[in-house]
Each structure stands twice: as structure tokens, then as C-alpha cells.
Design a protein around this ligand. Structure first.
Ligand code: PEP
Ligand code: MG
Length: 752
């Protein structure tokens, strides 16, 4: 059963033409359940009806012609109830609607199951039979499971279809909904960067010129074979002869008589080289997967590995061929720091990440660069984006595909408005960071994620409140040496000679992976991350601290910040190692070192409840609202499926922050906020109302935040706070703040 289900879903996913996919689906389901009829209806929300899209058993002429209203018949009823309906005598049911065109008179039994994606009914899958019987539990659970698995595949297929049909000449632009990742609007051309290692991310595509595709394929095969020769040579002497034989097998598989031949046939049928490769590799690998013999099953992995290597070489030559457009919208399955580095900053206008959510590090990087980003748009597979003209609306989280000129002109107007608003904020950048009533704020920048140094002139900031050190580690193919780190940190510290620079120790794990140090975990955000990893590898930690201390010589503006602390013992151990590093450097250079201030990130809830003890151990703390929100609400900050639940404006998060502020003030413990909340207009107002006065944010937000703080009085904020803390939802909180800004006539000047 499970194998059949998997195969049906895979077949649907593989077929690029939706109509063909559905036609194959109904026949496969009919056979798998040995029933007499299977049909699929898809919802059309504009017309408010379900359209019969495929059937094996009803009148084929009715396909594409029979629409059943959302509140009509049994199909409409399945959609309304959002659950399966299983009837022995469907024709006698009061909701049964006679539709002569479908010729279903001979069927009595009916089982209809909704196909639901993200709470939205996409369609209805039915099976029917002449015998008057209720379908049994196995049949019902098969259909329910299939419906659930098909939902995302169908959502993808519909999107793909819409995208391939959209063209610049159309009057209607295609719109995709994602999540707002970084504010702003940009118009540009999609440039897709594919992760070279993900075979699954390749979407099927046809090509016009089989000759060209064939040549492309042969070239990749040639390079792959040469790679195998090199590998075999390097391994001979290290591996036994039978293990080395695998390279011969690979060679043979690539030859014309086996896989190669099949791939050539697929190319001749009109598939592009990558698609042909994927189709053949998947087909053969699946045949091996299903074998009983464990040895033969393993051969499926070999075939995938082989396919992967050829694919990498196909992509390599392809990506080298593509010229960067003038205005690049970087599109990737999961945008990484290294990908950002591949596009010159002046050409990069926006980011679209198919995976990830509002506080994924890709989104934070986009905000650091001051460019819009839309996240979590997985409905449209990667290859459908290449070369499309796009409008990226990072405020709404929308993308317009191949927009018409009139729409571009409208968005261009919004872009100009943004430029004017920014100019207004920047006009006050040199003014003091103080409220109307004279309260002073400390406004610092978050640094380290952007490729170049921050856009705000250091003169206009109060220092660096968070320097993320991950970037130089991620950009290399090995851990950076102590000297490399010294040089880098020195530049940062020198850039702010008289101001504090808070350098965070390495915080990899979660969604920040090092290419050369893979961490494979079921639950990475709850796993080996931040200080947990570096305390387990003191050799990495000590080198980093030593580098920071050396960089700090004669500058003395270094502060050290420890990420992901969840336990006081981690603080003790870190402080001990910092002391050890300090002795070592002092000894090595024969000088007395000044002790840098040490702080802790408050981002794991447990440590919020140990503040008095913490305050005795370290000099300051910095609240990371990004992680704190994810851990307080138990919502993965990187998962678009639960993105609507991730909100730092959740009343529980705000109450926790408020209580923490009161406690920290009572202890006179220096505290700042460096999470993304501090760079949001609504966030900064509430944090200021709670008594926080030191903030660190992306430099692209600093001018706006300063501009806003200069227009409010603490007494007004003090009135707003209790109203907000009494709210029951994040939505209500946002409305309250919006109303406040409206009353002060500030809302229209802030596009959040
Ligand atoms: C945070 O968690 O709020 C934070 C500032 O750190 P990062 O986003 O790098 O995890
Ligand atoms: Mg964090």
C-alpha cells in the first residue's frame, strides 16, 4: 500500500503537464484500489466551483466541461465539510445532484475525499463503484493519505502551470504569495542559483533544441568520466579492488548501452538534458528501491549518486553560461551567504528564497543589505523562475511574475516614494538619538552578515551592538586561521575606535551551516548550536577569542558576547576559557591585557529566569528577540508552514520582555536588545516603553528608528504599554500601535 501511494504521488510530481498528471493519477488510483471509477475535481475560487479535471470511469467528454458549485452536490459537500464522505447509496442521498453528462447512473457507492493545502480546499478526489457498499477503512485511509500527500504536489503543479503560461504579453500578471522577509520593493530579473547538491530541486522542463541538449549532456558525461578516472587513481592503493570496481560500473552505466541510451531517448523526446537525466535516474533508482534484496536496493543509491555527479557538471556549465542580468533578483531554494557573495552588490536588487521565513538568516542578511526579500515561496519550483521579470514586494511578501508595464510603473512610483522617505530619515541621522522629552537612547548597529561593512557611517552610531562572526567562517572552505581572524576583527574594531564593538562568538548550527563542518540533526534549532558547539570544541573557541583579544590591542573597544546560553555552567566554562585565552595571549606577546567586558545573549527562555545569578557572573546582556520568540512560542523561525505563528509581537513575548526589563533595571544590569524587533518601528516603541534604552539593529533601519524615537514622548508610550500588554493576540497589538502612530500622524511616513 505504502509503495503504491509513494509511486502515485511521485508520478504526479514528475509530470510537468497538470492535465497529464491528473489523468495518470485517476487511472493509478482506480487500479490500486481495484474500483470502477476514480475522478478528480479541482477548485476554482474565482468561479466558486469544482471542475472535473480527470476521470477514469465517468464520461471522458465531461472532462473540463462539468463544473459543480461549491455548495452543490456531493462534491460541493465534501469541499464544505472538509472531510471524506463515504456512502453506499450515493444516488439516494439528499445532496446528490443529477448530472446526466457524467454518466454515473451505474454507480451506487461513492467515496469523496478533499485535497487540502494550507487549510485551503484545492479539490476533491472520488472513487465510485456499482455495488451498494460502504468503502472499507483501508480504502478510505488510502484515499485520505493520498489526498494529503497530493495537496502540496498539486499546489506546486498548479503554480508551475500558471508560471509557464504567463508571458510578458499577458495583461494579467501572475502573483505569488510568500512571506515578507525584508521591506522594500524592487523590479529586476530572476537569477536562479541552484544548490549543486540537490537533485530533488530540479524541476522538469522541455527544450527546443535536442541537438544542443545532447551536446550539453555528452559534455557533462565526459567531465564526469574524467572525474571518476581521477578519483579511481587517487583511491587505488587505499581501496580494495572490489570497491574500486564501482568506478567501472559507473563508467558502464553512463555508456550509450545503458542509462546513457535512455537519457538520449528522453532528450530526443523533447526533454532538456537535466530533466532527461532526472527522469531516467529516478526511474531506475526507484526500481532498485523496491527490490527485496538489500544489496540490490543499495544500487538505487549508487544510481542517484551517479546522477548527482552528472547533474553537478550539467549545472556547472549551464551556470557559467548565464550572464548576470543588470538588476538581479537572486532566487534560490535557500539563499545562503555564499550565494549572496556571487552577485555584485550594485546589481543585487532583491532576494527570493523558496524556503525560510521572516527571521531566517537569509532574511536578516537582506535587511542588513537594505534590499527587499520574500521568503517561503515554495509553490514555484526553482527552474521556472530563471530569467523572469519580477516585482518583489518585501512589505507584503508578494511577487509579481512578468508584470505588464502599467503595473511596473505603479511599483516604480512606490520605489520612488521609498527613496524620498529614506531621504527624510537620513536628513536627521546626525541628530541626537533622543525622544521629544529628552530621553537618550543608545542606537548601535548589527554587523557581520552583510558582505561589506555597514552602510551607516560609524560616526552616526553608538557602536556595534552585535557583530555576528559566522560570515567569515561560512565563506571559507575550512576554519579561518587565528591570523585571518585577527585581521578581520581588527578592521571592524578600528572602524569604531572609540565606541563599543560587541563581538559574538561563533553561533553556527540552526540555519547557519558551515560547508566544511556538517551537522546533521533532526532538530537543529534545538540541537548543537552556538555556545554548545564551541564549548565542545574549545580549540575553535580559544582560537577565536585569542584572535579577538589580539585584534583589540591598543583599541580596547572589544566586548565579547556568548550566544545560545541556556545554563549557568556554560557561562562559567566560557568565562574560564576566555581567561585562559587571555593568559595565553598575554604570555605570547609579553604584555598586560585589559579585560574585555563579557556578555550573554538572552535568547533561550531558561536564562531569563536566572538573571540575578547571571548578573553576578558577566558584565552585560543582549536580548536576541529572534531566537527568544522562536523558543518562547515553540515556532521554528525558519519554517514557512508555521510562519503565521511566529510573531515577536505575541503578547506572551512582550510580557516576558517587559518583566525582564523590570528585573534588569532592579539589578542595574546593563541590557540591550539586538534582535530584529529593535529595528521595527512598532517594536522599538514598545521596547522603549518597557524601559529599554540600548538597541542594536540592521544599519539600514537605524535612520528610520532614530527619526521615529525623536517624535515620541515617553509619557505617551507609558500609556500605550498597558493597553498593548492587555491584548490577546499579536494582531491586536499591531493594531494598537498602528492606532497610536496614526494619532500622532506618523503612520503615513513609515512604511514598516
Ligand atoms: C537573535 O536571535 O535575536 C539574534 C540576534 O541572533 P541571530 O539572529 O543571529 O540568531
Ligand atoms: Mg540568535
Amino acid at each position: 500500500m505504502l509503495g503504491q501511494l509513494r509511486r502515485i504521488v511521485q508520478d504526479v510530481a514528475q509530470e510537468p503537464v497538470l492535465q497529464n498528471a491528473l489523468a495518470g493519477l485517476v487511472t493509478s488510483v482506480k487500479q490500486a484500489l481495484t474500483t470502477e471509477c476514480c475522478s478528480v475535481y479541482l477548485a476554482d475560487y474565482e468561479q466558486q466551483h469544482f471542475m472535473l479535471m480527470a476521470t477514469d470511469g465517468l464520461n471522458p467528454d465531461a472532462i473540463g466541461n462539468i463544473a459543480i458549485g461549491f455548495s452543490e452536490g456531493l462534491i460541493g459537500w465534501v469541499g464544505q465539510r472538509e472531510e471524506p464522505i463515504n456512502l453506499a447509496k450515493a444516488h439516494l442521498h439528499p445532496r446528490f445532484k443529477v448530472t446526466p453528462e457524467v454518466s454515473e447512473d451505474r454507480f451506487s457507492a461513492f467515496l469523496g475525499c478533499p485535497i487540502i493545502h494550507h487549510r485551503k480546499v484545492l479539490g476533491v478526489l472520488t472513487i465510485q463503484q456499482a455495488a451498494e457498499r460502504v468503502f472499507n477503512e483501508d480504502e478510505e485511509s488510502f484515499l485520505v493519505t493520498l489526498g494529503a500527500q497530493l495537496a502540496s504536489v498539486l499546489a506546486n503543479a498548479e503554480m508551475r502551470q500558471a508560471a509557464s503560461e504567463s508571458s510578458p504579453s499577458q495583461t494579467q500578471s501572475g502573483q505569488l504569495k510568500g512571506l515578507p522577509g525584508a521591506p522594500g520593493i524592487a523590479i529586476g530579473e530572476a537569477f536562479v542559483l541552484e544548490p549543486a547538491n540537490d537533485f530533488n530541486a530540479i524541476s522538469l522542463k522541455r527544450a527546443d533544441d535536442p541537438e544542443k541538449e545532447l551536446a550539453h549532456f555528452y559534455r557533462a558525461v565526459k567531465i564526469t568520466k574524467a572525474e571518476f578516472n581521477r578519483l579511481a587513481e587517487r583511491m587505488s592503493g587505499h581501496l580494495p579492488a572490489d570497491a574500486l570496481a564501482i568506478f567501472d560500473v559507473y563508467h558502464q552505466l553512463l555508456d550509450a548501452a545503458s542509462l546513457g541510451n535512455e537519457i538520449e531517448l528522453q532528450i530526443a523526446e523533447g526533454w532538456c538534458a537535466k530533466s532527461a537525466l532526472k527522469r531516467v535516474v529516478e526511474k531506475f533508482a526507484r526500481q532498485f528501491d523496491d527490490m527485496d534484496d538489500a544489496y540490490l536496493r543499495e544500487r538505487g543509491t549508487d544510481i542517484r549518486d551517479l546522477g548527482q555527479r552528472v547533474l553537478n557538471n550539467l549545472l556547472d556549465t549551464e551556470q557559467r553560461k548565464i550572464k548576470l542580468p543588470e538588476k538581479v533578483v537572486l532566487v534560490a531554494d535557500n539563499v545562503t551567504a555564499t550565494m549572496l557573495a556571487e552577485v555584485p552588490r550594485e546589481q543585487l536588487v532583491a532576494i527570493v528564497s523558496l524556503k525560510g521565513s521572516v527571521n531566517s538568516h537569509a532574511a536578516i542578511m537582506a535587511r542588513a543589505l537594505g534590499i527587499p526579500a520574500v521568503m517561503g515561496v515554495s509553490e514555484l519550483p526553482l527552474l521556472h523562475w530563471q530569467g523572469q521579470r519580477l516585482i518583489v514586494d518585501g512589505y507584503q511578501g508578494h511577487i509579481l511574475l512578468s508584470p505588464v508595464e502599467a503595473i511596473c510603473a505603479e511599483y516604480q512610483r512606490l520605489i520612488s516614494e521609498d527613496v524620498a522617505l529614506n531621504a527624510r530619515y537620513l536628513a536627521e541621522i546626525a541628530q541626537p538619538s533622543q525622544s521629544l522629552c529628552g530621553k537618550q537612547f543608545n542606537l548601535m548597529v548589527n554587523s557581520g552578515l552583510a558582505i561589506e561593512l555597514e552602510t551607516t557611517n560609524p560616526v552616526y552610531t553608538d557602536g556595534v551592538g552585535l557583530y555576528r562572526t559566522e560570515f567569515p567562517f561560512i565563506m571559507r572552505s575550512r576554519f579561518p586561521t587565528e591570523q585571518e581572524q585577527v585581521e578581520l576583527y581588527r578592521k571592524v574594531l578600528e572602524n569604531y575606535p572609540t565606541k563599543p564593538v560587541v563581538m559574538r562568538t561563533l553561533d553556527v548550527g540552526g540555519d547557519k551551516a558551515l560547508p566544511y563542518f556538517s551537522i546533521d540533526e533532526e532538530n537543529p534549532f534545538l540541537g548543537w548550536r552556538g555556545i554548545r558547539l564551541t564549548l565542545d570544541h574549545p580549540e575553535i573557541f580559544l582560537v577565536q577569542i585569542r584572535a579577538m583579544l589580539k585584534a583589540n590591542l591598543a583599541l580596547d573597544n572589544l566586548h565579547i558576547l556568548l550566544p545560545m546560553i541556556s545554563d549557568l555552567a556554560e557561562v562559567d566554562e566560557s568565562v574560564r576559557l576566555i581567561r585562559q585565552a587571555s593568559f595565553e595571549v598575554s604570555d605570547e606577546l609579553a604584555i598586560e591585557l585589559l579585560k574585555p567586558k563579557i556578555g550573554v545573549m538572552i535568547e533561550v527562555p531558561s536564562i531569563m529566569y536566572q538573571l540575578p545569578e547571571l548578573a553576578r557572573k558577566v558584565d552585560f546582556c543582549s536580548i536576541g528577540t529572534n531566537d527568544l520568540t522562536q523558543y518562547l512560542l515553540a515556532v521554528d523561525r525558519n519554517n514557512p508552514r508555521v510562519a503565521s505563528l511566529y510573531d515577536a509581537m505575541h503578547p506572551a513575548v512582550l510580557r516576558a520582555l517587559h518583566q525582564f526589563s523590570l528585573q534588569a533595571q532592579g539589578l542595574q544590569f546593563p541590557t540591550s536588545v539586538c534582535g530584529e524587533l529593535a529595528g521595527e518601528p512598532a517594536g522599538i516603541l514598545l521596547l522603549a516603553a518597557m524601559g529599554y534604552n540600548s538597541f542594536s539593529m540592521n544599519s539600514s533601519n537605524l535612520a528610520k528608528i532614530k527619526w521615529l524615537l525623536r517624535r515620541v514622548e515617553l509619557s505617551e508610550l507609558a500609556l500605550l504599554l498597558p493597553q498593548v500588554l492587555a491584548c490577546q493576540s499579536a494582531k491586536q497589538v499591531r493594531l494598537q500601535v498602528q492606532r497610536f502612530l496614526e494619532q500622532k500622524q506618523l503612520l503615513s511616513q513609515l512604511r514598516a
